[in-house]
Ligand binder design. Structure first.
Ligand code: ADP
Length: 396
């Protein structure tokens, strides 16, 4: 049996996603999720050879989920294939500019960044410590969502607030979805035969969380998410950009507490709040098709804000070699893509209606006509990127 695969772990505050991936063949032998890890009804579900199975875990936390995962991997003879573990980490602050192998110093570094993403980083640390306990012989790496954006110039990452807040507290734009942007921009360049080191690529990563990124010569030069994932585009339940004084307005006019305002802007706004229907783009598209005007307005606002950001990024890049759509909405919604491209017609986008309609469910490809500025879909694969990074790190 050859050790040729990486166990990819993505710990959320109450869940743990995993996959075993061979970075060379890109084959995924098992994938799954442990859920409800805070409480008494945790469970783990996995997909193996096309079949789904679920096991109740009772009051298992992240460590219990990892212990159960070890059992599942052993039972299915997958353990002997795993050469290393790669962890997705949401926030690496300014400390981490690339993926790295785990050492005590790296663990301390992740802890030091915890105030920037308290729920996420503390969950990641639980996962790392459990993996050290249950896979003591395996090397482990960490791959940061923020690392790709560390190439942004100061004019992109600084907020116009007193400078000491940046110096003393690290208050700045960090951006997210970096692993996806790295994968998608490289894949797009490969597909188009572009030299990544001499390229200008716009990417819109549109899922429940959504952001956009300007990528010059393979490096992030600007992005829409900020200190936290709340800034930027309209999202499933997040407001995206608002006047910061909305905080005092909601407090003074409406009597909301700070926690209530944070909850409102993160969990009750965006597509859900605007439409009053749902945070899921599919539900809104279906409702709009049936004449629900606010659903249509919500979709239009989503596209309007995205197009406005992309237009600004295009000016920063100076040219557009490709506009790439990815994430659940970007990969599947021909309607959103068309709406956005039409708003950006000043940049020479000419939609290929048929190619646009036919590109969904994991398919990648160009969706504009010959002669048009190129727009395309690339199905993202953050897990594969984490597996590739991990393998490269252990290969030295
Ligand atoms: P996350 O940010 O949670 O990773 P995903 O990238 O999985 O999100 O995207 C999830 C979103 O993708 C869903 O909320 C849904 O709005 C959208 N989506 C999935 N399929 C379609 C589709 N066929 N048409 C429009 N939107 C879709």
């Amino acid at each position: 049996m050859s050790k040729d695969s990486v166990l990819v772990i993505n710990c959320g505050s109450s869940s743990l996603k995993f996959a075993v991936i061979n970075p060379k063949t890109e084959e995924e032998s098992i994938s799954g999720i442990a859920e409800c890890l805070v409480g008494n009804d945790a469970s783990i579900t996995w997909k193996l050879n096309g079949e789904k199975q679920t096991l109740d875990l009772g009051a298992a936390g992240h460590e219990g989920a990892i212990e159960a995962l070890v059992g599942i991997l052993r039972e299915n003879n997958l353990m002997e294939h795993i050469e290393a573990i790669g962890h997705r980490i949401v926030h690496g602050g300014e400390k981490f500019t690339q993926s790295t192998l785990i050492t005590d110093e790296v663990i301390q570094g992740i802890e030091d960044c915890s105030h920037l993403a308290p729920l996420h980083n503390s969950a990641h640390l639980l996962g790392i410590r459990a993996c050290i306990k249950y896979f003591p012989e395996l090397p482990q790496s960490v791959v940061f969502d923020t690392a790709f954006h560390q190439t942004m110039p100061a004019e992109s990452y600084l907020y116009a607030v007193p400078y000491n807040l940046y110096e003393e507290h690290g208050l700045r734009r960090y951006g997210m979805h970096g692993t996806s942007y790295r994968y998608v921009s490289k894949t797009a360049a490969d597909m188009l035969g572009l030299d990544l080191d001499n390229s200008a690529i716009l990417v819109a990563h549109l899922g429940n969380g959504a952001s956009a990124c300007a990528i010059k010569n393979g490096e992030s030069v600007d992005t829409t998410m900020g200190l936290t994932p709340l800034e930027g585009l309209v999202m499933g339940t997040r407001s995206g950009d608002i006047d910061p004084n909305v905080f005092s307005f909601l407090n003074k006019q409406c009597g909301y507490s700070l926690d209530e305002i944070i909850d409102l802007l993160n969990k009750k706004s965006g597509m859900l709040g605007l439409s009053g229907l749902d945070n899921d783009c599919r539900v809104l598209e279906n409702a709009a098709a049936e004449g629900h005007q606010r659903a249509q307005l919500t979709l239009d606002i989503f596209c309007h804000v995205l197009a406005k950001k992309l237009a600004g990024f295009a000016a920063e890049l100076g040219r557009i070699d490709a506009l790439v759509f990815t994430g659940g909405i970007g990969e599947n919604s021909s309607m959103i893509r068309k709406n956005v491209m039409e708003r950006l017609s000043i940049f020479g986008f000419d939609v290929d209606e048929q190619a646009n309609e036919e590109t969904f469910r994991g398919k990648s490809g160009v969706i504009t006509k010959p002669g048009s500025t190129v727009a395309m879909v690339v199905a993202t694969n953050e897990e594969l990127m984490i597996a590739r990074d991990t393998e490269a790190l252990i290969a030295g």
